[in-house]
Design a protein around this ligand. Sequence first.
Ligand code: NAD
Length: 356
Amino acid sequence: MKAKIVLLPGDGIGGEVVRETVRVLELMAARRGHTFEFTERLIGGGSIDQHGTALTDEALADCRASDAVLLGAVGGPKWDDPAAKVRPEQGILALRKGLGVFANLRPVRAHPALAGASPLRPEKLAGVDLVVVRELTGGLYFGQPKKREVIDGRERAVDTLEYWDYEVRRILELAFRLAQDRRRRLTSVDKANILESSRMWRAIAMRMAAEHENILLEHMLVDTAAMRLVANPAGFDVLVTENMFGDILTDEAAVLAGSMGMLPSASLGDGGPGLYEPIHGSAPDIAGQGIANPLGTILSAALLLRYSLHLEAEARAIEDAVDAAITAGCRTADLGGGLSTRQMTDEILARLRDAA
Ligand code: NAD
């Protein structure tokens, strides 16, 4: 197949991990007879320095015209002033909006060989293989009104948790489909005992369950879900939830896997290009040293192959190569090893060559 992939390396270690991941994608393309056409554009601090904005209209247009976008990370001390008008993370927000991606997927698998790096006891981690689906463009972070005001000398702040039925339906539909391709268990996380928006969310989920009879749907309050994620994480398959609940739960789930550097993410919409990125930031403390863990980005590329290009076998081959490398003891510094970013990638490439 032929595919156009836009690369947005961004700042700090972003460029280092994206550069290595391209080697993995190029090997997959060569081995399996695909043509991936890469276009590189600026985002974040680098774009601010060059163009005065964190993402230019031209860069966004290229992303929209592509099949998929692979992002590194943005930000760094140079652009850290929270009062600055133009900030690196605006590039990511503009990108999400411009691509219309409303679902953020974060798969978390606890690798047995990395159990020591997790704060949980190894027996709690056995069999953990879950995906958190977070609604990304609505809910508490975007609802209106959103304001801060002084009334009679007292200050008041308001945020609003607002959802339209179609926003809830489309994220649930995506989560049901995902569960269908996995272990067919879907946990819809809400706060239906308190929140009106959650009661609507739950009612819609119950109606949709009738159209997805082979999926086991359960409803769980967000506080219970937060507790279960550490008490019995292996009990989950797919979780789906509101924007802020998801923001918090995805970070909690990320800790299970042991290292920030390992975890991929995908942001998907209705058929347009998907956005793929590791969950970590630009890691200014190690940028430029060539020691960043590339696996979160390499696994994001696997998600890109799976969800945007529908190349399941290729996606699985990359995930298997990462598993095999970890099992064989390959480690970058964040996992207590001595491999450089390039050497770790070489280990993945070697396993892909052997397997293909
Ligand atoms: P961070 O994820 O960049 O780093 C946190 C810690 O994890 C650091 O010690 C770092 O060295 C380590 N780490 C992260 N990724 C790693 C990898 N691949 N390999 C090895 N070690 C890794 O988070 P932070 O320090 O809070 O933020 C740094 C900058 O990144 C800030 O400017 C922040 O705004 C930005 N940021 C960007 C994104 C994004 O682009 N999506 C996400 C989070 C933070």
